[in-house]
Design a protein around this ligand. Structure first.
Ligand SMILES: Nc1ncnc2c1ncn2[C@@H]1O[C@H](COP(=O)(O)OP(=O)(O)OP(=O)(O)O)[C@@H](O)[C@H]1O
Ligand SMILES: [Mg+2]
Length: 244
């Protein structure tokens, strides 16, 4: 009796585990730049599909570094990182573009191209996908529409407000329909109303299943959106919602 119940429970655990998709997994990850000190030391966490995560910590704590590791923009010094089912340190040249498409990245500096129109900026990530320019343009227009920038396709980023530029960077990050969206301080230097509008754009993507991680200094704002916090402090890492 005892044994058969145990078997059922084990079975149940397996079913439960396999139904939750792990999108990001860090195992004993260390990061230093060159020969410098460890910015991140022995970081372990797991993010499942559809989570909305706030990455917090003082300036210099390593928030941007953490997001760059997830986006594959920086290599880990030690440890294993899996993103969307792939180990980043074992990624073949062939698999790299797929990872780029699976993860939409919005960096602290938006890296918009100021000599091109808003539409051309959003079309850039589509250039390598082999779509016709008509298809790419339609996808880019749809992305601009989603972030509330319909009608501004032909404007130069310099003609857009700070909040609009942030939304343009979000449109460029989501145009490939990524499974994971990571954003580094997307509401910095914006008034509260505009910041909320930007956060609502992320919330809408998250509601349709996009796993979302946002680094920010704005604890109060993030608390309204995120359900879990990864907090970095020198030499320490806190996870408010790790799965058992
Ligand atoms: N490319 C680099 N080369 C050397 N050191 C770096 C590099 N990038 C970041 N660092 C160092 O790593 C530490 C963490 O930087 P990081 O940008 O990850 O912090 P942060 O938490 O995002 O800070 P902020 O809130 O100011 O954006 C800092 O001490 C920084 O000087
Ligand atoms: Mg930063």
């Amino acid at each position: 009796m005892q044994q058969s119940r145990k078997r059922i429970e084990t079975h149940g655990t397996i079913a439960l585990t396999s139904s939750i998709a792990v999108m990001i997994e860090f195992q004993h990850v260390f990061k230093s730049y060159g020969r410098g000190r460890n910015i991140l030391a022995d970081i372990n966490f797991r993010v499942t599909a559809g989570e909305f995560i706030f990455v917090s910590g003082a300036s210099g704590a390593g928030k941007s570094t953490l997001l760059k590791l997830i986006g594959g923009l920086e290599p880990a010094s030690r440890g294993s990182i899996q993103v969307n089912g792939q180990r980043l340190d074992k990624l073949s040249a062939h698999a790299r573009p797929y990872l780029r498409r699976a993860v939409g990245v919005i960096l602290q500096d938006t890296h918009l191209l100021y000599d091109r129109s808003a539409l051309q900026n959003v079309m850039l990530p589509l250039a390598v996908t082999g779509q016709s320019s008509g298809q790419a343009s339609a996808r880019a227009r749809a992305a601009l529409d989603k972030v509330g920038l319909a009608g501004k396709e032909d404007m130069n980023p310099i003609e857009l407000s700070g909040g609009e530029q942030q939304r343009l960077a979000i449109a460029r990050a989501i145009v490939n329909r990524p499974a994971i969206l990571i954003a580094d301080e997307p509401t910095a230097n914006l008034d509260l109303d505009t910041a909320r509008r930007i956060m609502n754009v992320f919330r809408d993507f998250n509601r349709v299943g996009v796993t979302t991680l946002i680094a920010s200094h704005d604890q109060a704002l993030m608390a309204q959106y995120a359900t879990r916090t990864l907090r970095l402090e020198p030499g320490k890492f806190f996870d408010t919602g790790a799965l058992a």
